[in-house]
Design a protein around this ligand. Sequence first.
Ligand SMILES: C[S@@+](CC[C@H](N)C(=O)[O-])C[C@H]1O[C@@H](n2cnc3c(N)ncnc32)[C@H](O)[C@@H]1O
Length: 263
Amino acid sequence: MTQEIRYGKLIGASLGPGDPELITRRAWDVLQSGARWVYPVKKAEQASYALAIVERSGLRIPADAVELVFPMTRDADALAKAWARAAQQTVELLATGRDVVFLVEGDASTFATFGHLARVVREQAPSIAVETIPGVSSFTAAAATAGLPLAEEDETLAVIPTAYGIGVIDHMLDEFDTLILLKVKPLLDDVIELLERRGLLATSCFIEKVGSPEERIVRDLASLKGETVNYLSLLLVKNPKRQRGELRRGCRRRQEREAAAHA
Ligand SMILES: C[S@@+](CC[C@H](N)C(=O)[O-])C[C@H]1O[C@@H](n2cnc3c(N)ncnc32)[C@H](O)[C@@H]1O
């Protein structure tokens, strides 16, 4: 008779973007629950940004914490192999019956490796339970640090990877009062030129490694031209010139219905 494996739970613990004070109480408790820690690195034995957040919190890193390698490459073969290996390692750890907590920089539901890892793990072993602990994302922390509200009253807000390109960003500036451009590094110069052309340099802000000891806020965006910035950087763009359409409010619809009924 084959014995059914009793898997531990896979937990994605959002740690916030850099300041350990932004680790939620739930994530803090899970880190100290006896769950096995796993953390992402780009290359074997390289520093992990997520692990460094916990290190700064003063918590002791368990000796049996395991790194999972997620390379930054466009080589589809290499990527597929790395993902399969990370998922395999995670399933093996879960098969010991112990919970596994995956350390996530920022928020685990926002452009994070965790969602994909959890999916692949569950494809291999569908009975594995998954919990996602929400957290502070890079851009909510960045907005607070820069003192730029993301959205007020009827404003519209969009978060996009910059790789969509200048044409799309240009178009989106007409539709959104605030744009958050993630993964801005490769196109930073082009975006700065666009913002210059649209007269939006003064209402935009660049933020790098928010919450970490290397945090940098740059409001004079033109000064960044030609610079190679860190991958962990973003742009907050406010477009106060945006032409808004008319809003359809509940009370206005009622007024219209009443007017129609009396017509
Ligand atoms: C793969 S996404 C991860 C997003 C993350 N899960 C979050 O909740 O913010 C990586 C991109 O998020 C942004 N980012 C993540 N952490 C950051 C930080 N500490 N400071 C500034 N930007 C950050 C950068 O644009 C980076 O290229």
